[in-house]
Ligand binder design. Structure first.
Ligand code: GN1
Ligand code: CA
Ligand code: CA
Length: 258
């Protein structure tokens, strides 16, 4: 039903009510609510009424047509690697390489190097023997793997130790009868006594090598070590090869072992 038709019906209703009850509002007042309401006598038609108010918003329209295609998007990340392709055809043969060396020649080269190395080793051996001859000539003595040498000087125990370590050796200490005899032989040329690299300066009665190990060989004189006057912690070797404990402050011949 159109708005106009509704309005006409309403106006008709109101006109009927007013006619039946004159106390109700005048027709002119009511006509303001609807442009099609007519007032007064029906002698002739009045002027057309004013435009009505805007109607209510209508219902939602039907869905429109599909729009135009949008712009192209940004490039995506690279895809996964595809499967391995078929094997290519075999290439042409390469150029011929240089002529290889004979294995026999390599062996001959090695023989030459060995001969040269042998020559160097012989030279070293000759030099070593020469050095030993010089050492023995100067008073050194070889015993087993040890070389014993004296500087011909007499020092107290600490100074004697230092002389030997400064030279890259140790104050001599015999580990067996043969070494004891070699030291004895050496001291007889220069003095009547020499220090040994042995002391009980840390624990009374417990004699140790300067390296810190407890002694495994000894050749004490009869009644020694007696720690005379409670002041004897170092050891001398006498001209007969026997040992005696003496004060470390005394000066004795320095004999080193290398
Ligand atoms: C004694 O006798 P002599 O002087 O060689 C002593 C040693 C002492 C030394 C100290 C048997 O030796 O133990 O170390 O004096 N010998 C005896 O100088 O008592
Ligand atoms: Ca002692
Ligand atoms: Ca003594």
């Amino acid at each position: 039903m159109h708005v106009l038709q509704v309005c006409k019906l309403v106006t008709l209703g109101i006109t009927l009510v007013i006619t039946m009850d004159p106390n109700l509002g005048k027709c002119e007042e009511i006509s303001n609510t609807c442009a099609v309401i007519s007032c007064g006598t029906h002698a002739h038609n009045g002027l057309p009424g004013r435009d009505g108010r805007d109607g209510k918003e209508g219902p939602k329209g039907e869905q429109g047509d599909v729009g135009l295609q949008g712009l192209r998007g940004l490039q995506g990340p690279p895809g996964k690697a595809g499967p391995t392709g078929p094997k290519g055809a075999k290439g042409p043969p390469g150029e011929k390489g240089q002529e290889g060396k004979s294995g026999l020649l390599d062996l001959e080269d090695l023989r030459t190097q060995f001969r040269a190395l042998g020559g160097h080793m012989q030279t070293l051996q000759d030099n070593l023997e020469k050095q030993q001859k010089i050492l023995l000539f100067l008073g050194g003595k070889k015993i087993g793997d040890k070389v014993l040498v004296t500087n011909g000087k007499e020092e107290n125990f600490d100074a004697a130790k230092e002389k030997c370590t400064d030279a890259g050796g140790l104050l001599a200490a015999p580990r067996n009868e043969a070494e004891n005899a070699a030291i004895q032989d050496l001291l007889q040329r220069d003095a009547s006594q020499a220090f040994l690299g042995i002391s009980d300066e840390h624990v009374e009665g417990l004699f140790k090598y300067v390296s810190g190990e407890q002694i495994t060989f000894s050749n004490w004189n009869l009644g020694e070590p007696n720690n005379n006057k409670d002041a004897e912690d170092c050891v001398e070797i006498l001209s007969d090869g026997k040992w005696n404990d003496i004060p470390c402050s005394l000066a004795r011949l320095v004999i080193c072992e290398f």
